[in-house]
Design a binder for this molecule. Structure first.
Ligand SMILES: [Fe+2]
Length: 345
């Protein structure tokens, strides 16, 4: 036996003996545990809403919102099948509420965002206040806040759910509680939070008791007006377009503590230069058309399409019409941990 083979045989014997004590050698795993660059799980993918929509609507034929508790079809990253994840750290799903239905009240430590896709006037009740939802509205359900959903309109409502389920799973910090009633008590009038905190005003002496923005519905009508005014006022960032983040008016930080939410307008004909960042991002088309180019793929973007781009993968966006994209990622959590990086390629 050569000296090299002898050394390797002795190593393997050692590893085998160490294994009996639940020990493992780091040096055989070091480069995969501590890679040079991020290697996020999952792949870049686009779900065409026109293809998803029939499945979402058909789900109502198979189960009620009450029986399902939440009638949602999970958007599972094709590279992470079976995990209920759209990225390594985030969950996404399409939720359907039919007219007359109530999705019963519960609360959990996972934070949730809703981004309304279609329908008018169904509501989400969060922490004692109902908000009526319109397409493009961004709604927050903070960690451990009672919430239920209902549809008193005459048409189905569909929204994108984004949750930090994998982040909470990492910390094994998950709690949930079902409310004794289907509908939690409403204690404040609709529009109260927007009036108190979402108009550039705040009650004197108020201190935010939450890590979340007190504005739990950011109506698209306001957001859209701001975006298009910005576009009239100046040129877009070459790599990002007219990109805005939803903020917590109490401190100017992100609106939610674990999920960063942003919206951008790419004017017709605009093409971004390549960009990448260490957070994997989920995009949904609010309006307009264009294309996402990532990893050799050209993914057409039409209204309500959903796309995911793994972190540290450079991408470009191309707008064939004025294109508005909402996105969410774990950027806020990465920033707090000192991990987040970006690169304008
Ligand atoms: Fe929930």
């Amino acid at each position: 036996m050569s000296a090299v083979a002898d050394i390797e045989q002795q190593r393997q014997a050692f590893y085998g003996r160490a294994d009996t004590q639940s020990l493992a050698p780091l040096w055989t795993r070091l480069k995969s545990l501590v890679p040079l660059e991020p290697t996020p799980a999952g792949v870049a993918h686009r779900w065409a809403y026109r293809e998803l929509r029939p499945y979402v609507l058909e789900s109502a034929e198979h189960i009620s919102a009450k029986e399902a508790e939440r009638r949602v079809l999970i958007l599972e990253n094709p590279g992470l099948r079976g995990s209920s994840q759209i990225t390594n750290s985030l969950y996404a799903g399409l939720q359907l509420i039919m007219p007359g239905e109530v999705a019963p009240a519960h609360r959990h430590t996972q934070s949730a965002l809703r981004f309304v896709v279609e329908g008018h006037g169904a509501y989400t009740a969060v922490d004692g206040e109902k908000t009526l939802m319109e397409p493009g509205d961004f709604v927050i359900t903070p960690s451990w806040a009672w919430h239920h959903h209902g549809n008193e309109s005459g048409a189905p409502m569909v929204w994108l759910d984004g949750l930090d389920i994998p982040i909470c799973a990492l910390f094994a910090s998950t709690f949930r509680e079902d409310h004794r009633a289907d509908e939690a008590q409403i204690t404040r009038p609709t529009g109260d939070a927007l009036a108190r905190y979402g108009s550039g005003l705040a009650p004197v002496g108020w201190r935010n008791p939450s890590l979340n923005s007190p504005v739990f519905n950011y109506p698209y009508a306001r957001t859209r007006e701001a975006l298009f005014a910005l576009a009239r006022a100046g040129a877009p960032d070459p790599h990002l377009g007219h990109l805005m983040r939803y903020i917590n008016p109490a401190d100017g930080g992100w609106a939610m503590p674990t999920m960063a939410t942003m919206i951008r307008l790419l004017p017709q004909g605009f093409e971004t230069l390549p960009y990448r960042s260490s957070d994997s991002a989920v995009f949904i088309v609010v309006e307009g058309r264009g294309e996402l180019r990532v990893g050799g793929q050209r993914l057409a973007l039409t209204p309500h399409d959903i796309a995911v781009v793994p972190g540290w993968l450079a991408y470009t966006l191309h707008a064939s019409e004025d294109l508005v994209l909402f996105s969410y990622s774990d950027r806020v959590a990465q920033e707090k941990l000192g991990l987040w990086r970006e690169q304008r390629c």
